[in-house]
Structure formats: structure tokens, C-alpha cells
Design a protein around this ligand. Structure first.
Ligand code: LCS
Length: 399
């Protein structure tokens, strides 16, 4: 448009670069992946646009269906999980819901472990039945219970290990040998371990998913999810279900997770080291009746933990002898630990599963899965461990 002097508003909207198609692009070799904060992408020609829409040509065209910052994250997570492809979503719940809806249809069934993040349980018992997808939750610490629950309507098995909040484990390899034999998919929620400590796909699972809100992001500033699995399954998920359900990650959040991944190993090591010391402190505390932490010999599945995981992570559950009242006082007395839900952050977070994250379980269900009134969950952060122990000790004195 050299022949015409464009107006201020036109230049303000389009910028000089876009309008001058001959301008030479200076190669940029940014160390940090750029945030492609763009909802849409210009086609080179009408023909190219049509070819991309027809699926005959690869290319970015609309961020709900793909964005370079998302792709960078998806590729990196797929690599770290040992999977073929990845898909980033707006939240961990979007990852779970989108994946299951893509695998199971109305009239079909999901078999799941019985101890799950409260939101996942609510999705299973409230929302999926409305779509005529039945979910049967079983005690998956014995894989035989999963085998017994699988019938001809079952399309997938969903397990969370370690489970939120009680750190109950499921033997991924044993369950994978059952799902393979039965021809159903195995999905593992790997949020608590991250790929640094556990790789479900290498143990035979078909999909691994995460609430990336937690350790992957790591700083308590992002809500996001990730699914890793076979290339064809992820492609279908992306082309059909994410397109239709729309739970896509934003480029900025994808970038925050890419940044989080850079420090994941050092954070996980420190979370584990701090948590190990705190778990030992709690084990010997006279006001604590029980501690659940995979790296303690008292954990009922200690052998499995050592076989299946390369480290414990920072999650601890413990039961106070004084029950709910003691828990209430403890949580109101901490000064360094923060009374908040979520987990996997640099800050140590403390919360009460029965009345907070797992309030969607009925009292009977809570009892069945061992989420008692006196159970407190601690997500151990990266503070000086002596300060955390000092804080817990002073808070314990007030109960
Ligand atoms: N899976 C696990 C194991 C989780 O702990 C959570 C959230 C989700 C999936 C869902 O992910 P989101 O959509 O929140 O990213 N867990 C939470 C918790 O324990 N407290 O607050 C959220």
C-alpha cells in the first residue's frame, strides 16, 4: 500500500511490520520460548487457509486449536513422560474430563480407583452419570478389584497414584497388565509424582495426565492441565474434543509451565527432602496417631512406592489424635505454613480434606477411603525445613 498514506488508526491496529510485507525479519534466537499471545494466525493465501482447514496442511490458525507456545510445552511434556504426544488444557479437570469424554461414550463405563482428588470424584459421581457414563470406583490397592469391575461396557480404567489426599498407591504395572488383556485404556493421574518421579507410560499405561497447576507450574500462580499419550489418540483429542469442548490452555499459562519445568528436578528433590524430615518429625509427635508418606517404612505400600516411584514428593497426610477439633486449632495456629488448598507450590500449604478438597464425598464414602475428620494434608514447600518444623511444633502445642 505504498501509494496511499494510511490513517493513524489503521497503522495503530496493524503495525508497520504487517503492512510492509517486504520488511526483512531479523532472526530472533530467544533463550526463553516466546509467548505467542495471539488468538488467530494470518494465512499466506486463501488456498493455504482452505488447505489447513481441510487438514491437508499443517499450520497454526486459531489458538483454541493450536499455538506455538502450547506446542512447545506439549512436546516437552511428552518427552519427559516418555510419550508420543501431549495436549495442554485449561486445568487439570479439563484434562480429565476431555480425555474421558473422548474415550467413553454414553452407555459405557469407567472403572476408577476409589481415592481421588475431590473434584475428580464429583465429576465421576455427579456429571458423568448425567451423560450416561457410569463410573465404578473400587479399592485399587488390590488390582484384582479392578479386574473384577471391568465388564463389556468398560472403555477405560482411571487411577490416581499416589492418591489425593491419603497417598494410597496403585500398582500401575499390575493394572496395566489387566487393561492390556481386557483391551481397555489405562489413564493415570500423575500429578503427585510428576514425570520426574514416575512415568506411567513406561509402566504400561496409555495416558498420563496432570493437574499442571501443581508441581509442574510449581509457584501457585497458574491453573492448567496436561495429557500425554499415543500420537493418534492425542491428535483425535485435539482435533475433535478440545476443539468442541474448548478447554484450551492460554499461551501465557503454557509459558509459565515451560518455565516451571526448567526447575522441576531441583524443586522435586527439595520438596522430597523437606517432606521426609517433616514426616519423621510428625511420626514421633505424641499428638499424631498416623502419618502417610510413601518413603516411610510405615506406609502400607512402602515396597510398591520404592519399586514404582523414584522419589516421594512433598505430600504428607497425618491424623491427629484429637480429631477434627485438633485439626481446626492446628490449621488456625500455623504461621509459616499457609492454610490453603492446592498443592505442589513453593509455599507449604495445609488443609483439611474432609471439609475442603474432599467435601464432595459423602460421610460414608469418606470413611470408606479413610479420609477421617482428624486427617490433615500438608503440601511441603521449599522453605527452610527447620522453620517449618518449628512452626508445626508451636502449632501442635496449641491443640
Ligand atoms: N488431579 C489431582 C490429583 C488434583 O490434586 C487436582 C486438583 C486435579 C486433578 C484437578 O486439577 P485442577 O483442575 O485443579 O488443575 N487438586 C486440588 C487440591 O488438592 N486442592 O485444590 C485443587
Amino acid at each position: 500500500m505504498k501509494e496511499r498514506k494510511l490513517g493513524f488508526a489503521t497503522i495503530a491496529v496493524h503495525g508497520k511490520k504487517r503492512l510492509d510485507k517486504h520488511e526483512t525479519q531479523i532472526p530472533i534466537r530467544a533463550l526463553s520460548t516466546p509467548i505467542f499471545q495471539s488468538s488467530t494466525f494470518a494465512f499466506e493465501s486463501a488456498e493455504q487457509g482452505a488447505a489447513i482447514f481441510a487438514g491437508e496442511q499443517e499450520g497454526y490458525y486459531y489458538t483454541r486449536l493450536g499455538n506455538p507456545t502450547q506446542t512447545a510445552l506439549e512436546n516437552e511434556m511428552a518427552f519427559l513422560e516418555g510419550g508420543e504426544a501431549g495436549l495442554a488444557t485449561a486445568s487439570g479437570m479439563a484434562a480429565t474430563a476431555t480425555l474421558i469424554i473422548s474415550l467413553a461414550r454414553s452407555g459405557e463405563k469407567v472403572v476408577a480407583s476409589d481415592t481421588l482428588y475431590g473434584g475428580t470424584h464429583q465429576l465421576f459421581v455427579n456429571t458423568f452419570p448425567r451423560l450416561n457414563i457410569e463410573v465404578q470406583e473400587v479399592d485399587a490397592s488390590d488390582p484384582q478389584n479392578i479386574e473384577r469391575a471391568i465388564d463389556e461396557r468398560t472403555r477405560l480404567v482411571f487411577i490416581e497414584t499416589p492418591a489425593n489426599p491419603t497417598l494410597k498407591l496403585v500398582d500401575i504395572e499390575a493394572v496395566a497388565s489387566i487393561t492390556r488383556k481386557q483391551g481397555v485404556a489405562l489413564v493415570v493421574d500423575n500429578t503427585f509424582c510428576t514425570p520426574y518421579y514416575q512415568n506411567p507410560l513406561e509402566l504400561g499405561a496409555d495416558y498420563s495426565l496432570h493437574s499442571a497447576t501443581k508441581y509442574i507450574g510449581g509457584h501457585g500462580d497458574t491453573v492448567a492441565g496436561i495429557i500425554v499419550g499415543p500420537a493418534d489418540g492425542i491428535k483425535q483429542l485435539k482435533k475433535e474434543f478440545l476443539r468442541d469442548l474448548g478447554g484450551v490452555i492460554s499461551p501465557f499459562n503454557a509459558w509459565l509451565l515451560l518455565r516451571g519445568l526448567k526447575t522441576l528436578p531441583v524443586r522435586m528433590e527439595k520438596h522430597s527432602e523437606n517432606a521426609m524430615e517433616i514426616a519423621q518429625f510428625l511420626s514421633f509427635h505424641p499428638k499424631v496417631s498416623r502419618v502417610w508418606f510413601p518413603w516411610l517404612r510405615t506406609h502400607p505400600q512402602y515396597e510398591l512406592a520404592k519399586r514404582q516411584m523414584r522419589g516421594p514428593g512433598g505430600m504428607i497426610a497425618f491424623e491427629l489424635k484429637g480429631g477434627r477439633e485438633a485439626g481446626r486449632k492446628l490449621m488456625n495456629s500455623v504461621e509459616v505454613c499457609v492454610l490453603a488448598v492446592s498443592l505442589g507450590d513453593v509455599d507449604t500449604l495445609i488443609q483439611h480434606p474432609a471439609t475442603m478438597t474432599h467435601c464432595g464425598y459423602t460421610p460414608e464414602e469418606l470413611e470408606e477411603v479413610g479420609i477421617t475428620e482428624g486427617l490433615v494434608r500438608l503440601s511441603v514447600g521449599l522453605e527452610d525445613v527447620d522453620d517449618l518444623i518449628y512452626d508445626l511444633r508451636q502449632a501442635m502445642k496449641r491443640i
